[in-house]
Design a protein around this ligand. Structure first.
Ligand SMILES: [Zn+2]
Length: 859
C-alpha cells in the first residue's frame, strides 16, 4: 500500500503547494461501546499557490461517504490507497470529507479498550507518526500546521479530553456533544482525543500572573493506586525549570496527563494532553528506579511542549533532534531542579541511555544521528537507540563543548525566532553558534553525520619511583559493523579524566582534569610527574560518548573494589565498561558474573543494581559457554537467594533480588520457596508478596512445570483486571509443553485477534531461555511466516512479532545460516530487513562471546 507510505518528496511538493488554515473535525463516538466504526466528518480550509493544481489528502478508513471540494461533490472513487485525490484546486479551498473510520486494538489511531473490571469502554488516540489519518482526513506531515477544532459526540457521563480545554457538554439523553475551542497552529501528529469514563484529579501551576490548569486522569479501576500529588510535584518542578531555562511561557492553555491502557510507548507529547502508559500507575510495590523513570517520562513530554510542539521539525529526518532534546532535558532538569528527588539523574543516564546507544550503534543497522528518512516506513523503525539515546548523549557532549549557559542562550533565541513554526537542524545550530561563538560545522559533521563509537584508552608510562612519566589519551575508531554504511571516524571529545585514590576500601576522587581530545593521541601534560593514583578514569562525569577502557592497574583495582567508589556515577561508568567488554568478548561471561557478585553487595543505586541483574542473566543465557552455563545459572540463583534473605526488610534491594530469584530459580529448594511465597507457607520478612510479584513468581512456576492451568486460573480470579489477563496469557505461553508453545504460536502468528498488550505478553512468555529444545522447531516456522506477518499486520503488531519471535535463544550457526538464506530469498522490505538483520547480529555477537568464555575457561 504505497499510499500509506508518504515520501519526503511528496511531502515537500505538497508543502510547497498548500497552506492549511484550519480543520473542523466532528467525531461521533456514540458507537464506542459496540466498537466497529465511527462517523468522522472533516472540513478543512486551505490555499494553493498554483490554482488548477492537483494534490491529495490522507485518510485510512474502511469507507468514505462523501467528498465535497469547493461546493462540488466528487466521486468517492477518488478515495483509493489511503488517499483522496484533490483535482483542480482553487486559490482558496474548502474540502469536506465524511468517512467511517475504525476503532483499533493495536494502539494506533483511535484505540478502543474495555476494562474487565467495570465493563466500560475507554478510548484514546495515538497519532505519531502518521495515524491521525485513521481518525480524520488530514494532510499528514508535520510542516502543514493548522488550527484544529474538534466537536465530539460521546456517551453522557464520559470524560472527553483534547488539546483545548474540555468544554461543558451540550444536549440531553444518552449522548452529549463537546465543542472544543480551536487549537493554536500545531501539527496533526500532536492532536489528541481521550474519551471514556476516566476519572480526573485537578490542580494548577501558578507562577505570578500565570495560571495553567493541570489534570491527571486514569481509569476508575486504577484510581486507588494513582499518586497524583507526586505526579503534580514533578510536573510543577518541570514547569519552573523549563520556563526559566527556555525563557518562554508554557505555550498551551492547560496541561492534562492521561494514563491510558495498552499504550505502545512510554508516553506521547500531544499538545496539552499527554498520554502515558498506565503501568506508570503502580498497582504494587516498585523500586525507586521506577518512580525515577516515570518522573523522567513526565519531564520528557513536558519539554516537548516547547521543543517539538511549539517549534516542530519540518520533516522526520529531524526526529532525532526532537527526541534527543527531550531526553537531554529530562535528565538535566532532574539533575538541577530545585527539590529534585533524583539529582543523580546523570548516573541513570549513563546506566541506561548510554547502554542503549552503545548497543544500537554496534548493530549492522547503525546510522548517523542525522538519518536519511525518505518515507514514513523509514521513520517508523527509527525510534531507536541512536535517535533517542545517542542523540541525547551527543547533546550532552555539545553542552560540554559550548558550555551550558551558551547552550540555553541559543535555545532561547531559537524558541523566540521559530515559535509556532517548523525548523531544520541548521536553525538550532545557527542559534547555538551565535550564542557560543564556536563554529559548529566540523563538530556537526563529525558527530551527527557519521555512525559508530570511538574507543578511548589511556597510555601511560611510569618512572622507577612510580611517578607518571607520560600520559596520553588514545582514540580509536573501530570499523563499523559489516553492512553498516559510511566509515568510522575520529571525533573531537571534550572529556574529564578522574583520579581516584583507594583508602580503606573507598575509592575517592582526588582530582579531575578537563580537556579536549582530538585525533588518535592527545597528550595530558598535567599528569606528568604526579604519583600514579589507584584508578585513572577516562570520560569521568560521562561528558562524551565513547567506549572507555581502563589501564591494567586501574582495571585490577576496579575489579576488586568497584563498589568502593563513593560516587554513583564513576561506579556506573565502570559497570558500563565491564558490560561492554563482556559484550565484546574481552571479558568472559563467567568473569562478569564474578565481578557482579563482588560489586553488587556495595551498589546502592537501585537502578544500577537492576541493570546489572538483567545483564548478568543475559550474559549467562546468551554469552556463557553452553557447557558451563548451567553452573553459572546455579551460582547466580544461589547468590540471588542469599541476597534476598540478607537484604534489609522492605527495601528496594530486597524486591529487586526477589524478582531476580524468580527469573532464575532452578533447584527444588528455590522453586519451593517461590511456591511457598505464593501460597503463604513461606515468608521473607518485609517482602510484600503483592499482585505484581505474585504474577512474577507464578510465571516462573509455570515455566518450570510447577503451575498448571488451574493455578493460572486461580490467580486470574484474584486479579481479573486487564493486567491480570496479560499476565495469565504470559504464564500460559511460558508452560514447558509442546501444546502450550503451539497454542501461543498460533494465537500470535495465525490469528490477529490479540490486542497489542496480550500479544506482547504471549510472546514474552513463549520465549524461555530454559526451553531451547521446545523452541527449536519454531525457527523454521518463523522464517516461513515472518514476511506474511509484516505485510498483513499493522506496524506495531508486526514489529512485536518480527523482533519478539526471532529465534534469538538458539545461539547457533544454524540460526545465522537460516537467517542468511531467508534474507537472500525473501526480498524483504527495508524496514523488515533491518529488524531481522539486527536480531541476527545479536546471535552472531553471542556466538563470539561464547567462544571467548570457552577460551577463558581453558586458560
Ligand atoms: Zn519524546
Amino acid at each position: 500500500m504505497p499510499g500509506t507510505n508518504l515520501t519526503r518528496e511528496e511531502a515537500r511538493t505538497r508543502a510547497d503547494l498548500l497552506h492549511v488554515d484550519a480543520y473542523d473535525i466532528e467525531l461521533d463516538l456514540s458507537s464506542a461501546r459496540e466498537g466497529g466504526t465511527f462517523r468522522s466528518t472533516t472540513v478543512v480550509r486551505f490555499t494553493a499557490t498554483t490554482p488548477g493544481a492537483t494534490s491529495f489528502i490522507d485518510l485510512v478508513a474502511p469507507s468514505v461517504e462523501e467528498i465535497v471540494l469547493n461546493g462540488e461533490r466528487l466521486d468517492t472513487a477518488g478515495f483509493a490507497d489511503s488517499r483522496i485525490a484533490l483535482p483542480g484546486l482553487a486559490a482558496e479551498n474548502e474540502l469536506r470529507v465524511v468517512a467511517d473510520c475504525a476503532y483499533t486494538n493495536t494502539g494506533e489511531g483511535l484505540h478502543r479498550f474495555v476494562d474487565p473490571v467495570d465493563g466500560e469502554t475507554y478510548l484514546y488516540t495515538q497519532f505519531e507518526v502518521p495515524d491521525a489519518r485513521r481518525v480524520f482526513a488530514n494532510f499528514e506531515q508535520p510542516d502543514l500546521k493548522a488550527a484544529f477544532t474538534f466537536t465530539v459526540t460521546a456517551p453522557a457521563g464520559w470524560s472527553v479530553v483534547s488539546n483545548s480545554p474540555t468544554p461543558e457538554p451540550e444536549g440531553e439523553g444518552d449522548t452529549r456533544v463537546w465543542r472544543f475551542a480551536p487549537t493554536g497552529r500545531i501539527s496533526s501528529y500532536i492532536t489528541a482525543l481521550i474519551a471514556g469514563p476516566y476519572v480526573g484529579v485537578f490542580d494548577a501551576y501558578e507562577n505570578g500572573e500565570q495560571k495553567v490548569p493541570l489534570g491527571i486522569y486514569c481509569r476508575p479501576s486504577l484510581r486507588e493506586f494513582l499518586d497524583a500529588e507526586a505526579i503534580f510535584k514533578v510536573t510543577k518542578q518541570g514547569f519552573d525549570y523549563f520556563q526559566e531555562k527556555f525563557d518562554f511561557p508554557y505555550p498551551f492553555p492547560k496541561y492534562d496527563q492521561l494514563f491510558v491502557p495498552e499504550f505502545n510507548a512510554g508516553a506521547m507529547e500531544n499538545a496539552g494532553a499527554v498520554t502515558l502508559r498506565d503501568q506508570y500507575v503502580f498497582r504494587s510495590k516498585v523500586t525507586d528506579a521506577a518512580y525515577e523513570a516515570r518522573a523522567a517520562t513526565i519531564l520528557h513530554e513536558l519539554a516537548h511542549m516547547w521543543f517539538g510542539n511549539l517549534v516542530t521539525m519540518e520533516w522526520w529526518n529531524d526526529l532525532w533532534l526532537n527526541e534527543s532534546f527531550a531526553t537531554y532535558a529530562e535528565a538535566v532538569c532532574q539533575a538541577e531542579a530545585a527539590d529534585s528527588q533524583w539529582p543523580n539523574s546523570w548516573t541513570t543516564f549513563a546506566n541506561q541511555m548510554k547502554t542503549w546507544a552503545y548497543r544500537q550503534d554496534q548493530l549492522p543497522s547503525t546510522h548517523p544521528i542525522m538519518a536519511d528518512i525518505n518515507d514514513l516506513e523509514d521513520v517508523q523503525v527509527n525510534f531507536d537507540g541512536i535517535t533517542y539515546a545517542k542523540g541525547a548523549s551527543v547533546l550532552k557532549q555539545l553542552v560540554a563543548y559550548v558550555g551550558q549557559d551558551a547552550f540555553f542562550e541559543g535555545v532561547r533565541a531559537y524558541f523566540k525566532r521559530h515559535a509556532w513554526g517548523n525548523t531544520r537542524l541548521g536553525d538550532l545550530l545557527g542559534a547555538l553558534e551565535e550564542a557560543s561563538g564556536r563554529d559548529l560545522k566540523a563538530w556537526s559533521a563529525a558527530w551527527l553525520e557519521t555512525a559508530g563509537i570511538n574507543v578511548l584508552r589511556p597510555a601511560l608510562t611510569l618512572n622507577t619511583d612510580g611517578e607518571i612519566e607520560s600520559f596520553a589519551v588514545l582514540q580509536d575508531a573501530p570499523a563499523l559493523p559489516a553492512g553498516a554504511k559510511g566509515e568510522a571516524v575520529l571525533r573531537p571529545h571534550r572529556i574529564a579524566v578522574g583520579l581516584y585514590e583507594l583508602t580503606d576500601g573507598a575509592l575517592v576522587r582526588t582530582d579531575r582534569i578537563e580537556l579536549d581530545v582530538e585525533g588518535p593521541r592527545t597528550e595530558v601534560p598535567q599528569l606528568v610527574g604526579r604519583h600514579r593514583p589507584a584508578v585513572i578514569l577516562l570520560n569521568d562525569d560521562d561528558l562524551s560518548y565513547a567506549k572507555v577502557r581502563l589501564d591494567e592497574d586501574s582495571l585490577a583495582v576496579v575489579t576488586e573494589h568497584l563498589g568502593g567508589f563513593t560516587d554513583a556515577l564513576p561506579r556506573a561508568l565502570c559497570w558500563a565498561s565491564a558490560w561492554d567488554m563482556t559484550r565484546d568478548g574481552e571479558l568472559a561471561a563467567r568473569d562478569y558474573l564474578t565481578l557482579a557478585l563482588s560489586g553488587l553487595p556495595r551498589e546502592s543505586d537501585i537502578g544500577v543494581v537492576q541493570s546489572v541483574q538483567r545483564q548478568v542473566k543475559l550474559a549467562l543465557d546468551a554469552y556463557a559457554d553452553p557447557a558451563w552455563r548451567e553452573q553459572g545459572l546455579a551460582r547466580w540463583a544461589e547468590a540471588a537467594e542469599e541476597a534476598l534473605r540478607a537484604s534489609e526488610p522492605g527495601s528496594d534491594h530486597q524486591l529487586a533480588w526477589a524478582r531476580t530469584l524468580a527469573g532464575v530459580a532452578r533447584t527444588d529448594g528455590q522453586l519451593g520457596l517461590l511456591a511457598g511465597l505464593l501460597d503463604g507457607t513461606a515468608e521473607i520478612p518485609g517482602l510484600a508478596v503483592d499482585t505484581e510479584l505474585r504474577w512474577t513468581l507464578l510465571n516462573r512456576l509455570a515455566a518450570t512445570g510447577r503451575a498448571d492451568e488451574a493455578g493460572i486460573e486461580a490467580e486470574l480470579a484474584r486479579d481479573n483486571t486487564a493486567a491480570g489477563q496479560e499476565h495469565a496469557a504470559s504464564c500460559r505461553a511460558a508452560r514447558p509443553t509442546i501444546e502450550a508453545k503451539a497454542a501461543a504460536w498460533a494465537s500470535v502468528v495465525e490469528s490477529d485477534e490479540l490486542t497489542n498488550y496480550v500479544q506482547a505478553s504471549v510472546i514474552g512468555g513463549f520465549q524461555q531461555a530454559d526451553q531451547r529444545a521446545l523452541l527449536a522447531p519454531y525457527a523454521e516456522k518463523y522464517f516461513a511466516a515472518v514476511k506474511g506477518v509484516w505485510e498483513s499486520r499493522s506496524h506495531e503488531i508486526s514489529q512485536q512479532i518480527v523482533v519478539g519471535l526471532y529465534p534469538a535463544l538458539l545461539v547457533e550457526q544454524s540460526t545465522l545460516d537460516a537467517t542468511d538464506a531467508w534474507l537472500a530469498s525473501a526480498d524483504p522490505a527495508p524496514a523488515l530487513r533491518r529488524q531481522v538483520v539486527e536480531a541476527r547480529a545479536g546471535v552472531e555477537r553471542a556466538l563470539k562471546a561464547q567462544a571467548a568464555d570457552r577460551a577463558a575457561a581453558e586458560r
